[in-house]
Every structure is written in C-alpha cells, then in structure tokens.
Design a protein around this ligand. Structure first.
Ligand code: FAD
Length: 469
C-alpha cells in the first residue's frame, strides 16, 4: 500500500501527521532528485528504511513531512568473509541478509534484534537499537550518507575507498559516523555492519524471585565483565506477552523474573564456563534451565526455540506473533505489520538506559510502582547493551478503539519520562510525540551545537525536521 493513509496507521495511535506524498526511490539518482526538489520547495521529507519503528512512531514522521520509503534500495552490496562485514542498503531486511549468509557465508551471522524478520538492519542500527548480542550501534563500521544538496559522503575510510575493504572504522581525524546515527543531518544510503562467527553456546533461563533482582544483576554484571556471559542478558516480567507460552507449556510461577542469557565457546571450553556460571548463580535463582545449542529444540516451548534461533543469527517474528496471540489475534500472511491490525492492543513504551549494577533494581521497582499507582500493569524487559549499560523496555498496552485508554497511556509515558528525568535517568531512544518537548527542555550548549550542525548539513531543514534535533 502506498497511500499516505496507510503510513499514518500506527500501533501507538499517535495523532496523525500530515503526509501528502510517499516517495519510493528505486536508486540513488531518484533519491537525489527527491531531495533537491524538497530543498527547493521547502516541503520536508522523512526517510524510513522499512518503517517498523513500532512504539516509537511506526512509519510516521516527527513533524508533518512527506515520506521517503527506502524499501526498494535493498541491495546487499558486499559480504566480506575474511573481515566479517556486510555492506547493505536501507531496505535490506534481517531475513534477507540471513538467507544470503546461509548460502554464501554460513559461518557468519548478524547480531539480530527481537523485532520481526522483515525489519531493516540499517534503520535499526542508525536509530541505535539493541540486538540479541548487544548494542547495534557498536556493530557499525562505516556509513554512506546523502546530504540535502545530493552530495554523497562516506564515513570512516569510506571516502578513501580503501582497496583492502572495510577494516578500520575511525578513518583519519574526527570520526563522523555517529553524527548520522539518531540524527536528521542526512539520509543514510549504505551501512557497513559487523558480522560475527557462529559459535556453540548454551542458552540459560533463570527464574528468580522479584526480591532477588538486585543480587542477580550484581552477579551477572560480574560474569559479563569477566566475559563468561555475552552481551545477551534479557530479563522479562511475568506479564510480558512474548513469554506467555512458557506458562502454557507448564511453567508455573508467580511474582518472578525470567532471565535469558547465553554463554558461548568452543566445545572444549563450554563445559568449564557452564560450571563457573551455574555455581555463581545457584544461590540467587529459583531455577536455572540450560539449553545447549547443539541439541534439537524442535519440540521445545516457542520462547526457547526462537531464542536459540536468534542467537544463531536467525531472525523471526515470534515477539509480534506471540503478542498478538496472547490477545487472541492470529496473525498470518507474508507481512507481519502490527500497525495494520487495530484488533491487536496498542502500546506505549519508555526506554530508559540504566547502569548495569544491582542498585539499578531500585529503578525497576520505581517503574513498576509508578505505573501501578496509575492503574497500569507495565510489561518490562531489561536488556544488556554491553557490560555496563542496560536498556529497559517498559510498556503498557491499551485497546486501540478506546480514546480514554489511548490518552491514559500517552500521559503515563510523558509523566514517566519527566519523573525519570528529575531523577537523572534518561531514555536511550525517544518516540515521535515526546521527542520535541523532551529535547526542548534539555536545551544546553551540547544541544545548541547539535542544532548548529544541523544547519550546516541541511540549511533548509528539509530532512526529518524535529528528529533528535
Ligand atoms: C515486539 C517488538 C519487538 C521489538 N524488538 C526490538 C529489538 O529487539 N531491538 C530494537 O532495537 N527494537 C525492537 N523493536 C522496535 C522496532 O521494531 C525496531 O527497532 C525496528 O528495527 C525499527 O524499524 P526499521 O528497522 O524498519 O527502521 P525504520 O522504522 O525504517 O527507521 C527507524 C528510524 O530511523 C530513521 N531512518 C530509517 N532509515 C533511515 C535512513 N536511511 N536515513 C536516515 N534516517 C533513517 C527513521 O526516520 C526512523 O526514525 C521491537 C518492536 C516490537 C513491537
């Protein structure tokens, strides 16, 4: 569907923005023409890669703008097996790269997300999303971007076109790559993304008492810092729809957290790591289950099976399908697009980033009590971005046809962001509704400099106005 109306539909029921036109460029020349026209007419444009920005805005712009949907720029330009990277265009999906690697470089894998298999690699990375093995932005080597005047710029060694491939991400002099992540300075047309060598692993599921979160986080921080556990930790609250099948398959627990993580290594080292990790956690968890990647998990409960797949680099749609199914909706068909099914509950989310320490359990407790005091039972996932930061994905669900529930969830998100800010706790990503007021209040010399840079790259402010600056 290419009507503006379908691009306005969104799972969060954000008020619609004025979208007059959907541009679907087929190549860089067409993209340049669109940008030059926009620059001349002053009508802003908002780029999306696959537009699965669910919870943060879906396919809608921050401010009124026409959409540049980059889904047709979907070439896998290069996969380098020796230097372990892929060079991809915006429309390349997680599934597309997975399928390609299985044929051409089966020893390599992408750090995939828990979003659907049809979501992009590039859009997620430049929005600084999170993968199953850590922060996606840390997987980024180089970018190619198109400025508002149509000029193409390569970051890192990109501009020098090194004959040796992409192997040194900083280039020479100031490093510009991350000026173009979470930013509206340009349109990204190519990204060079790290690939990893597949390794055997054990997946663990730890069940812990709510009161045990502090001790568990402390111990996990230690194990991750010692490189015994990878950047893989995901702790889900019991009401998280993506794990509801655990309880259908006989797991019977109340008032617990459900923690997933992996330990990787060669067959000879894995048993030794397993022994250290299980000993370290034994007194902190009610139950610890182990799922070796070498076993056949075809008959395991879906939350286990899909995690095994993801840690093998294989994306899937499980988080979306399970969420829909929990609320009584069976999604089928080729495209799993939450925006288009009003019968699936909408959701609002807030995404604080917090230190990877036991003391952060107080923040989690605060998120719960803040929400419960407003009559909302939040689903919470706590996800390791690296060995010192955790992302919290806290969200509330609502009936998309109930205006008062929509507005209650909106107020919850706005007030929670504001209360957290008072406590010096900030989000790692923002939704299109809260972005402008939140950043406006932050105004300081740093944000002022960001605005000056915007003016330098895009003087007529035609690329995604309001997006992060
Ligand atoms: C159940 C569920 C699970 C999820 N799991 C995860 C998860 O594990 N990790 C995670 O990070 N997110 C997750 N998400 C959120 C979201 O679905 C993903 O972040 C998704 O990858 C974003 O969609 P996209 O890749 O299509 O990016 P887009 O929606 O295309 O883009 C994201 C943002 O980047 C900007 N952008 C995109 N392309 C360009 C470009 N070429 N140049 C300049 N700017 C651009 C867009 O303007 C937009 O603001 C989840 C959501 C749901 C509902």
């Amino acid at each position: 569907m290419t009507s503006p109306t379908s691009y306005q539909q969104n799972i969060t029921e954000f008020p619609v923005r004025d979208i007059e036109k959907i541009h679907l460029p087929k190549d860089l020349e067409a993209l340049k023409t669109i940008l030059l026209q926009a620059d001349k007419s002053g009508r802003p444009v908002y780029p999306i890669s696959t537009g699965h920005n669910w919870g943060l805005g879906s396919r809608m712009p921050v401010n009124d703008a026409d959409i540049i949907d980059l889904k047709h720029l979907n070439r896998i330009i290069e996969v380098n097996r020796e230097l372990r990277y892929a060079r991809v265009e915006p429309g390349v999906t997680q599934q597309q790269l997975y399928d390609y690697l299985e044929v051409h470089a089966p020893e390599l894998m992408l750090n995939v997300t828990g979003s659907d298999s049809g979501s992009s690699i590039l859009g997620n990375i430049i929005d600084r999303g999170s993968g199953k093995s850590g922060h996606r932005a840390e997987d980024l080597r180089e970018l190619t971007v198109m400025l508002a005047d149509g000029q193409l710029i390569g970051t890192g060694f990109g501009e020098l076109q090194s004959s040796q491939g992409s192997f040194y991400k900083y280039g020479l002099g100031p490093d510009l790559t991350h000026l173009f992540t979470q930013s509206n300075y340009a349109i990204v047309t190519e990204a060079v993304v790290n690939l990893r060598v597949k390794q055997p692993f054990n997946l663990y599921l730890a069940v812990l008492d709510k009161s045990g979160l502090k001790g568990f986080l402390n111990k996990m921080a230690e194990l991750v810092a010692q490189e015994l556990v990878g950047y893989s930790l995901e702790i889900d609250s019991q009401n998280d729809p993506k794990i509801y099948e655990l309880f259908e398959w006989g797991m019977d627990f109340n008032d617990k957290w459900f923690a997933w993580f992996v330990v990787t290594g060669h067959e000879e080292v894995l048993p030794a790591k397993h022994s250290v990790v299980t000993k370290a956690l034994s007194s902190l968890v009610a139950e610890l289950k182990t799922y070796p990647s070498s076993d056949d998990h075809s008959s395991s409960t879906p939350p286990v099976r899909v995690r095994i797949d993801r840690y093998h680099g294989q994306p899937n749609d499980h988080s979306l399908l399970a969420t829909a199914r929990k609320f009584g909706v069976e999604l089928s068909g080729m495209e799993v697009n939450l925006d288009l099914y009003p019968q699936i509950p909408g959701f609002r989310c807030v995404l604080p980033v917090i230190p990877f320490t036991g003391a952060s359990s107080d923040i989690i407790q605060y998120l719960e009590s803040f929400s419960l005091a407003r009559g909302l039972d939040p689903a919470i996932s706590i996800i390791a971005l690296n060995d010192y930061s955790l992302e919290v994905f806290v969200r509330v669900y609502f009936d998309r046809s109930d205006q008062s529930a929509i507005s209650q969830a909106g107020t919850w998100a706005r007030d929670l962001l504001s209360e957290l800010k008072q406590q010096g706790i900030y989000p790692y990503r923002l939704d299109i509704e809260n972005m402008a007021p939140y950043l406006q209040e932050l105004k300081n010399p740093y944000t002022l400099l960001q605005c000056q840079l915007k003016n330098l790259f895009d003087p007529n402010n035609i690329i995604a106005p309001g997006r992060y600056s």
